[in-house]
Design a protein around this ligand. Sequence first.
Ligand code: UDP
Length: 241
Amino acid sequence: MDDVPQYKRVLLKISGEALMGEQDYGLDPAFVDRIAADLKAVHESGVEICVVVGGGNIFRGLSGAATGMERATADYMGMLATVINSLAMQNALEKVDVPTRVQSAIPMAAVAEPYIRRRAVRHMQKGRIVIFGAGTGNPFFTTDTAAALRASEMGCDALLKGTKVDGVYDADPVEEKSAKRFERLSYRQVLADDLGVMDHAAISLARENHIPVLVFSIYEPGAFADVLRGKGKYTMIDDED
Ligand code: UDP
């Protein structure tokens, strides 16, 4: 029983930072390939997968705004960065023979399909991985919120957030060695304690639609498959109090 994935359709959120691997900026092709291999393994087990990729490895709206740029313009630049990452992820998946479609929330006919909910569902039913680029298509949002939104629209059974660490901590575990790791949290606790794993809009959306959020380390090869079988290290955020 343990070896069977516990979810039928999931959304994986990968931060832009994860695609940098050990670099300081941009994409590390070897690391993108590694993530593609993890996705392929889960895809082969029959789980329907959609993906939201961040853009922080290339451009973040808030940093642009900090240099005096208009926030909305900077955010649109951030959204374009997520499309670059989506295409890189698609390329890595297709290299290992996983059929993949990119849908962009900002129409960009020459490089990606426009976001069409029912079409995305159909792609997954046909065994394709769907990558959602350009976040929600709106400035002042994050790709975490885009992930919660798309997971809700797609009727996903779980939202997996692949981060640098193996779960949610009460402080940054890289900086504070004594930081406490949580096995399980309620949405309410995450919001009340401002735990910072995802922004409030994303957590609220997941809560409203009863989508459990599983936080794990994408740096750990094979962790994506393990988490879906209830194995390995991750923090589960759901309704339980
Ligand atoms: N962004 C946006 N609307 C969205 C999603 C993203 O404006 O719906 C912009 C925002 O500027 C953000 C950038 O795109 O800083 C990159 O996304 P994010 O920071 O969420 O990426 P991650 O931290 O996951 O790499």
